[in-house]
Ligand binder design. Structure first.
Ligand SMILES: *Cc1c(COP(=O)(O)O)cnc(C)c1O
Length: 403
């Protein structure tokens, strides 16, 4: 039974015992002891589900109030994250979007002000316009000249400095790493960071998936994070926690972000039940050291590279290089729409969202075997269609990437 196989795999990884589902109205959804459908779900790493050791941590968490800043489980997560990232302070937030938006709101003061970022950045494209509504900011999305990541030259060309009356000055540069699974090299971050300091521009990192860049060997967590005034990091994607992200920065900045968090209803009463799970996600999935030592992400990078290699060797093309846990199948060259690909996936018991495959740590070996069969089928289709014209049909605004 494939499902059993996936369960065993995860159980082995967690090194903990199964917790049997309790009989009752919710027993169908009680999947603490198994990755469940996540084992076959390539749509995003948000599908990873919490583990038995997270449940055990939740059972042992403190249940005190965090608006009063009295909850030891939450305070301990925040101070651990501050020290792991070489920052003074940290704030637990409900989502990556909340972390980014609080950071921008806290760095910015009074318009006219603008934020410079990659044109594909989550803060620009996938956060419901929060930078406009919450911070009244103009967001300047820049197309990187090298097609993969912003360089200092891209920034210099697009930054708005000075107080010329027609301009909307750049007050924050927001970088994203990884972006679509690709890495911004540490050397480039350092160049941009020096530039930002020189011009008194705040530098924010949307590090929802910075863990992946670190595990790929691009630099340690503090090597990256200390270059920024603020960083938001996600617990609920690749690390498998049920809820949450963390925002790190100076004491003064975090105090301001905590205040803004309260104003949008993000002050939490007994968050120990989620911060306990987040701590396990960091320790067990990312690992205990600054390079993800002892963690579980490395294996998914190896699997992603293996999938990319199989795909290209069979004649498929990739839209982006495979540097971490994402593989970007080019579907257009195969005359395949995203919907058609999802339907073929379903037939093989796999789930897709567009041509981007996210190889999270709960993906099973069985899923990769099924994927190989699927690749043969869709690439075989290409040869059958070789004389057909490429299908460019795509609905504007519906390309999957955000989650
Ligand atoms: C997922 C993601 C976020 C925010 O995610 P939430 O769904 O709000 O938790 C922010 N930045 C990037 C790069 C992301 O991939």
């Amino acid at each position: 039974m494939p499902k059993r196989k996936a369960q065993d795999q995860l159980k082995g990884l967690n090194g903990t015992t199964d917790i049997a589902p309790v009989d009752g109205p919710h027993s169908q959804q009680n999947a603490w002891s198994t990755p469940g459908p996540a084992a076959f779900d390539f749509r995003s790493d948000v599908v990873t589900t919490p583990t038995p050791s997270m449940l055990a941590a939740i059972q042992n968490c403190t249940l005190l109030d965090d608006v009063f800043m009295e909850d030891p489980t939450t305070i301990s997560l925040e101070s651990h994250m501050a020290s792991l990232t070489s920052h003074e302070a940290a704030l637990f937030v409900l989502s990556g979007t909340m972390g980014n938006q609080l950071a921008l709101r806290s760095h910015l003061t009074q318009p006219p002000h603008s934020i410079l970022c990659d044109y594909r950045a989550h803060i620009l494209v996938w956060e419901a316009g929060g930078a406009a509504s919450l911070s009244q900011a103009l967001v300047n999305g820049v197309v990187p000249k090298n097609g993969v990541y912003l360089t200092l030259e891209d920034i210099e060309k697009n930054v708005v400095l000075g107080d010329e009356i027609h301009g909307c000055p750049t007050r924050v540069i927001s970088l994203e790493n990884t972006l679509g699974g690709t890495i911004m090299p540490l050397s480039e971050v350092r160049r941009i960071s020096a530039f930002a300091k020189e011009h008194s521009i705040k530098l924010h990192l949307d590090g929802a998936r910075i863990w992946e860049a670190v595990v790929a060997g691009a630099g340690s967590l503090p090597d990256y994070t200390k270059e920024f005034d603020s960083v938001s990091l996600c617990f609920s994607k690749g690390l498998g926690a049920p809820v949450g992200s963390i925002l790190v920065g100076s004491k003064e900045f975090i105090k301001q972000a905590r205040w803004v968090r309260k104003s949008i209803g993000g002050g939490l009463r007994q968050p120990g039940v989620v911060t306990a799970a987040a701590r396990v996600a960091v320790d067990e999935t990312f690992g205990t050291g600054p390079n993800g030592e002892g963690g579980m992400l490395k294996k998914s990078h190896i699997t992603a590279k293996k999938i990319a290699k199989m795909w290209t060797e069979m004649g498929g093309n990739l839209d982006q290089p495979t540097e971490t846990n994402m593989v970007w199948f080019n579907l257009e060259d195969l005359n395949l729409t995203e919907d058609e690909f999802a339907v073929i996936g379903k037939k093989h018991g796999l789930r897709f969202l567009g041509g981007r495959l996210v190889v999270h740590y709960q993906i099973s070996d069985e899923a990769v075997e099924r994927l190989e069969g699927l690749m043969k089928e869709v690439i075989g289709r290409k040869h059958a269609n070789e004389n057909g014209s490429a299908n460019k049909k795509r609905k504007v605004g519906e390309k999957a990437y955000g989650t």
